[in-house]
Design a binder for this molecule. Structure first.
Ligand SMILES: C[S@@+](CC[C@H](N)C(=O)[O-])C[C@H]1O[C@@H](n2cnc3c(N)ncnc32)[C@H](O)[C@@H]1O
Length: 256
């Protein structure tokens, strides 16, 4: 993760749920999809799951509610603190910790049946070296019969058109209307782009605007597959949204 991404999530942690129409519903449906994928490939709860880029707990809370024993870690202390707080509010048991996905072997104890990293966290790592380090560290946390599960944006699609913006989502909530969209600035000469995430909140006479910015690598599926293989994973399978109902491509892999 670059320094700017660290700052991005520190600041965004309190607002992160606002990018969803209904965060509680997202927790529910995401865990339904992930639960199906995990059961099909790794077995039933109570399996032990490490969500190593948990953010505020979108996947960790839903899986814990389904009976998985979840350890939720992230590099952002503010995100981890909120994940712990939200888990308590949802009445689910999970443990949390602050850890860099590139340093899991020293920062997280033990091994897990499932290691999970969802919603485009790995593309914060901009170089092949960092991605290989993260993949090797995730490999070190998966039990021999266990499963890795990662989701990233469909960059094979986006790289063709290099879109400059997402369409605005307009949400009506108890605190008024909010409008959420992203503007993407593609860097010349490489596969990176800076996103500017805008959240506009309706106030009495105007909209209050917050903008958060960070840089991603447009990581292609073939690139991630090659890195996973190099890190000691095999049986690498991609699942597209039309197959799973998830909103991003998902890759699963097993230790060699
Ligand atoms: C898009 S958010 C997704 C969070 C969560 N999975 C969700 O869907 O709500 C990406 C997360 O990856 C985390 N992250 C980025 N780089 C990381 C790193 N090197 N180690 C651990 N976490 C990292 C960020 O702090 C952020 O919480």
């Amino acid at each position: 993760m670059t320094e700017d991404a660290g700052q991005f999530y520190q600041q965004l942690a309190q607002d992160y749920h606002l990018i969803y129409a209904d965060w509680a519903k997202s927790i529910q449906w995401q865990s339904n999809v992930l639960d199906r994928l995990i059961r099909a490939q790794a077995g039933n709860p109570p399996l032990e799951v490490l969500d190593c880029t948990c953010g505020i707990g979108t996947q960790a809370i839903g899986l814990a509610a389904k009976g998985y024993r979840v350890h939720a870690t992230d590099l952002s202390p503010a995100a981890v603190e909120r994940a712990a707080h939200e888990a308590a509010a949802y009445g689910v048991d999970l443990t949390t910790g602050i850890a860099d996905v590139r340093r899991l072997s020293e920062q997280v104890e033990g091994t897990f049946d499932v290691v999970l990293s969802c919603d485009n966290a790995l593309p914060h790592l901009l170089t092949d070296e960092d991605l290989l380090l993260a993949a090797s560290q995730m490999r070190s946390k998966v039990r021999p019969s266990g499963l890795l599960l990662v989701s990233i944006r469909d960059y094979d699609h986006f790289i063709q058109e290099k879109p400059h913006a997402t369409l605005p989502d307009v949400f009506e909530g108890p605190e008024g209307r909010r409008i959420v969209f992203q503007v993407w600035d593609w860097h010349a000469g490489d596969q990176q782009y800076t996103i500017n995430l805008f959240i506009l909140r309706q106030a009495e006479t105007c909209y209050q605007t917050t903008c958060y910015s960070t840089t991603y690598r447009a990581l292609l599926r073939s690139e991630l597959s090659a890195i996973l293989q190099q890190a000691g994973f095999a049986d690498i399978r991609w699942y597209m949204p039309q197959d799973t109902g998830y909103y991003q491509p998902v890759v699963t892999a097993r230790p060699v």
